[in-house]
Design a protein around this ligand. Structure first.
Ligand SMILES: *Cc1c(COP(=O)(O)O)cnc(C)c1O
Length: 376
């Protein structure tokens, strides 16, 4: 079986360095809010290209803290609107609604699968305060047009960079384009911990300070509480592991790009549509999405041939039970079609050429006629 993702193999590539880092923390006797966090935060801020990085418990919290900080700083009020792509992972939307803000769902461009910037202006109202741009599947979703609209309407541009660590826009990294960005270090992400973890990057000192306080019970000084915060910190062990893996992130992303290039060059099945391709630096291929009208049959077929695939995501946020009645009557035909057609092929820094060749052969054989296969 070709697994969708083998975390064991990914970790094994850096096992010595990771064991060393974990051992250092275990032996230190210091497990929270110590040197490992400080070091990783500094290295990750330098890597992303922002003044500040604040570690926290996970990627969802990172996004929640950004909007909570805007509210605490008086820059947004409950009921304000945030524009977000409709086809994102639910965490992006939860971060908005958790703070009493209104998520305005906007359709993606069906060719790129990223937020359709031509639909953003029409979604802006008097209450719009922010755009939450999701670099979905590892691909940079920022465009000049999005930037111009944010400037024109004074919207806070926030990035959900959970899937795009290391991705570039020109000479900037995603995570440094907007005012603030949330990052997830969930194990399966391009920069993944051995458990949960997350961070916010920003150049804005007030935001960074407020987020650091909120994520530490709302406290800056021991036993003095400025906000009703929560406990949402990054463990020292995870920070130490992340600091090791950060050193290898660019190399890992290059390997992902090689797998993606192979798929783009060799998948020829006319039943399968690939997203329009960008120059490589703009996509770090957290996932490799393909589109197929007979997606469920394709998934079963691949499974039968020993190729594991996943769907990202089968039910869009506006159709989830937890949001029943929230966007009453809202129809999002592109998002809903993508949910029916999307299938993610195995991709990782650890996919051997033998495996990716097999994936391509199997995908190309799906429903292929003898003539397409070059047979008589
Ligand atoms: C993974 C992910 C998150 C949330 O990260 P967690 O660390 O799992 O909480 C947020 N947004 C997107 C787009 C994600 O893929």
């Amino acid at each position: 079986m070709i697994p969708f993702l083998s975390l064991k193999d990914i970790t094994a590539r850096y096992a010595d360095e990771i064991h060393e880092a974990v051992r250092r923390v275990v032996d230190s006797g210091w497990y929270l809010q110590g040197e490992e966090n400080a070091r990783f935060e500094q290295h990750y801020a330098e890597y992303v290209g922002t003044k500040h990085c604040v570690g926290c418990a996970n990627g969802l919290d990172a996004l929640i803290w950004i909007y909570r900080a805007y509210v605490e700083l008086g820059m947004m009020k409950p009921g304000d609107e945030v524009i977000v792509p409709a086809n994102t992972y639910i965490a992006s939307v939860l971060a908005i609604t958790e703070n009493g803000l209104k998520a305005v769902l906007v359709e993606p461009n069906p060719e790129t699968l990223e937020l359709d910037d031509t639909l953003v202006e029409d979604a802006i109202t008097e209450r719009t305060r922010s755009v939450l741009l999701v670099h979905l599947y590892g691909r940079c979703a920022y465009t000049e047009k999005v930037g111009e609209l944010c400037r024109k309407y004074h919207l806070h541009l926030v990035e959900d960079n959970a899937q795009a660590h290391g991705c570039m826009y020109g000479n900037k990294r995603t995570g440094s384009i907007g005012e603030a960005a949330g990052h997830s270090f969930y194990p399966g992400k391009n920069l993944g911990a051995l458990g949960d973890g997350g961070a916010v990057t920003t150049d804005n000192e007030a935001l960074a300070d407020t987020i650091r306080t909120l994520a530490n019970y709302g406290s800056q000084k021991k036993y003095v509480f400025k906000y009703c915060g929560r406990n949402s910190r990054l463990d020292e062990i995870q920070a130490a592991v992340l600091d090791v893996k950060l050193r290898h992130l660019d190399e890992d992303n290059r390997l992902r790009q090689q797998v993606a290039a192979y798929y783009y060059n060799h998948i020829t099945n006319p039943l399968i549509k690939l997203p329009v391709r960008l120059p490589d630096a703009n996509n770090v291929y957290h996932l490799f999405p393909i589109l197929c009208e007979r997606r469920d049959e394709l998934q079963q077929y691949l499974k039968g041939r020993g190729v594991q695939t996943l769907i990202h995501y089968p039910i869009p946020p506006h159709m989830q039970e937890c949001y029943a009645g929230v966007w009453q009557g809202l129809q999002l035909p592109i998002t809903e079609r993508l949910a029916r057609q999307e299938l993610s092929l195995p991709i990782s820094p650890f996919l051997s050429s033998k495996w990716m060749e097999k994936v391509v052969v199997d995908v190309n054989y799906f429903m292929a006629s003898p003539s397409q296969l070059g047979l008589r």
